[in-house]
Design a protein around this ligand. Structure first.
Ligand code: TXA
Ligand code: MG
Length: 342
């Protein structure tokens, strides 16, 4: 475990990151901060490292990992060709919370990392510690979110510790992550850019660069099989059942009162604006409604916190699906197993 300053040029930070990079070179797995969530990194070229990632997370083997790079020059050896749309998106949003799916170059990466697909997702994270770690390892680094499969992704080192402590070789603690939801995953292998997973870069931002962007229909209709393997699994759920509520805070308070009458302990997921209004056993405010990026930042810490408060049931407010709200609602709907009280 290393607590690393974001100023990676400091002598102490440099040597700590070097130790972590050495572990990566030896095919061990190490958690590290990115601007979205903590990742669990491993050498993307070696099955020996990648199988450790899948084992530590308890991740299904058909779910491919995102490959992280620190420099554009690393791209050439990993992918077959880069369409103009992908080129423009990378120029605009890298380093940043965007994962681009491209045709994979044969033999460049562990087949286990890409789950045997002919494509690969690549991302250049916008975090000094992540970039420094990848660069010092000299490798493409495969990194899923550093949580046990099914849990909310970790936005603080303590979340990684809770889930994976004894299962991995190390944790590089660089403080809370910032964006709070994972990268946007876009498929750039077809005629139109398609969003497979909404995330830190919004649809509106993508469209300002490449024109019309499509959304994988599976994100809207849950009867359709998603193009991104990871999107089909239950995810982000707290231990207690979460119900999203469409309507006023007064309506939510009525629901709380009903549950309390039955002798249940009740949690509420809200924002700063409404926090004081609720009379429940545990209330978590994630950010401010007036700035959805603050909601994204706190969302997973909030979802995780209910497990520390022994609630029997959780009610959650809903959010508009504009901007980063699309990613927020996507994660909340999964966390709630699509249970909405209308
Ligand atoms: O922000 C992030 O993206 C974080 C940080 C650590 O970089 N990583 C992350 O990785 O969220 P993970 O493994 O939790 O989610 C990766 C998602 C999964 O839904 C996976 O199915 C999808 O990306 N994915 C990866 N490669 C793919 C491919 N070739 N085609 C379609 N989907 C792919
Ligand atoms: Mg994940």
């Amino acid at each position: 475990y290393w607590s690393v300053d974001k100023n990676v040029d400091k002598k102490e930070s440099y040597s700590q990151i070097e130790q972590a990079a050495d572990l990566l070179k030896r095919n061990e797995v190490v958690a590290f901060p990115t601007e979205t969530v903590y990742g669990l990194g491993g050498n993307a070229k070696e099955d020996a490292a990648i199988t450790k990632i899948f084992a530590a997370k308890g991740r299904p083997s058909d779910n491919p990992l995102i490959i992280h790079i620190a420099k554009l020059e690393q791209l050439d050896e990993l992918v077959e060709n880069v369409p103009t749309t992908a080129q423009k998106l990378m120029e605009t949003f890298w380093p940043g919370p965007l994962t681009v799916i491209l045709e994979k170059k044969k033999g460049a990466l562990s087949e286990v990392a890409t789950a045997g697909l002919s494509t690969v997702g690549i991302r250049m994270p916008n975090h000094p510690v992540a970039l420094q770690l990848i660069e010092q390892s000299g490798l493409p680094i495969a990194a899923p979110s550093a949580n046990r499969s099914g849990k909310p992704s970790p936005t603080k080192a303590i979340h990684v510790k809770e889930d994976l402590d004894s299962r991995i070789a190390g944790i590089v603690d660089g403080g809370p992550t910032g964006v709070g939801v994972e990268s946007t995953v876009v498929d750039c292998t077809g005629d139109k850019v398609v969003i497979l997973r909404p995330g830190g870069i919004t649809k509106e931002q993508l469209e300002s660069v490449v024109g019309e962007v499509k959304i994988d229909q599976a994100l809207i209709n849950k009867e359709i099989k998603p193009k991104s393997p990871g999107m089909k699994y239950t995810h982000y759920a707290p231990n207690a059942p979460l119900f999203l509520v469409e309507g006023t805070k007064e309506k939510i308070q009525l629901l709380i009162a009903e549950e309390k009458q039955k002798g249940h302990t009740v949690g509420v997921l809200t924002t700063e604006e409404n926090k004081a209004f609720y009379q429940a056993d545990y209330v978590y405010a994630c950010g401010q409604r007036t700035d959805l990026s603050t909601v994204a930042t706190d969302l997973y810490d909030g979802l995780r916190s209910f497990d520390h408060h022994q609630v029997d049931i959780i009610f959650g407010e809903m959010f508009p699906t504009e901007g980063v709200g699309q990613a927020i609602m996507n994660r909340l709907m999964k966390a709630a197993s699509h249970q909405v009280i209308r």
